[in-house]
Design a protein around this ligand. Structure first.
Ligand SMILES: Nc1ncnc2c1ncn2[C@@H]1O[C@H](COP(=O)(O)OP(=O)(O)O)[C@@H](O)[C@H]1O
Ligand SMILES: [Mg+2]
Length: 288
């Protein structure tokens, strides 16, 4: 399907292509076209660069499952987000940065640095949380920590100005304000939830149940929380690598066993289980 493209001024495109402007951050409220804009950027950047895209949108993820900040490498041609080569992810454990600001910012920094080590360009997609409170502080801190050379700011009115104003008149980042094109549509009620469910469902589609010994896991304290049944968890390796997500099926205190559904096939690598904030079914439905 062909779709309309973002019209970028020549100076914006040139700045984006400039090799010194390595890190590009895309800001905007929900449904302002951030992810679609990134597809268009990949369209011309991939002719010259290998590009790492960091997806910091926890709820409406395109790279990796929701609740994670993942990054993927793109070479030569953008086909689809589904086919993206996911290189690594950081587990935040929630579908919104609200109440998880520190894990969110930690994840964005770690994933951007990783992407920057092996690619010539890094694009950071962000969450739509840009309001005056926590969203504003999160975005300002993200910019200060990641130090992008370019910010592409998609706004309908002036909703990003409280964030952008902090960087006014500074030589970096270069800020380009873009208006939201008319082809970008607002998602209707329920569309976000169903998108998220589908992403979880796809992720856990080929899961198997693995049983682990509670005594061999290095995360006994973390697993003493309430409501562990159906809890979304992150499975980690001895090296501290995030291996995959899982859903707790059962904990048998007597047999000292925990069973988890996960698409990971190398269960022997799991040495730690980190609980997230949400509980879900294998079909991706959140349990409240
Ligand atoms: N060029 C386009 N043509 C048609 N629909 C579009 C186009 N770009 C975006 N959309 C629609 O607008 C919505 C929001 O765009 P998206 O890039 O996902 O925004 P954001 O990443 O800011 O949430 C999408 O759900 C998509 O259906
Ligand atoms: Mg998006």
């Amino acid at each position: 399907m062909t779709r309309e493209k973002f019209l970028l001024e020549k100076k914006v495109k040139e700045a984006i292509l400039e090799s010194q402007n390595k890190v590009i951050m895309v800001l905007g409220a929900s449904d302002t076209g951030k992810t679609t804009l990134i597809e268009d950027l990949l369209g011309f950047l991939l002719e010259k660069y290998t590009v790492g895209v960091v997806d910091a949108d926890l709820g409406q993820s395109h790279i990796g499952p929701p609740t994670t900040i993942a990054w993927a490498i793109f070479q030569r041609r953008f086909e689809s987000w589904k086919k993206a080569a996911v290189k690594d992810f950081y587990f935040v454990g929630a579908t919104s940065p609200a109440g998880c600001l520190l894990p969110t910012i930690t994840g964005v920094k770690l994933m951007s640095d990783m992407a920057g080590q092996v690619t010539g360009k890094v694009i950071v997609d962000t969450t739509g949380m840009v309001g005056r409170g926590a969203g504003k502080i999160l975005k300002i801190c993200k910019i200060e920590l990641i130090q992008p050379q370019i910010i592409l700011a998609l706004q309908k009115e002036n909703e990003l100005e409280p964030i952008l104003g902090n960087f006014a008149r500074m030589s970096t980042p270069l800020i380009f304000r873009l208006s939201v094109p008319s082809f970008v549509t607002q998602k209707v009620y329920g569309q976000r939830t169903s998108y998220r469910e589908r992403k979880f469902r796809d992720y856990f589609n080929k899961s198997q149940k693995v049983a682990l010994s509670l005594d061999k896991l290095g995360s006994k304290n973390a697993l003493s929380e309430d409501y562990l049944y159906h809890r979304l968890v992150c499975l980690k390796s001895r090296e501290g690598k995030n291996l995959a997500l899982g859903i707790i099926d059962e904990i048998d205190e007597e047999k000292r066993k925990i069973s988890v559904y996960t698409p990971l096939d190398k269960a022997e690598e799991i040495i730690s289980i980190i609980p997230g904030k949400i509980r879900i079914t294998l079909e991706g439905k959140e349990i409240y």
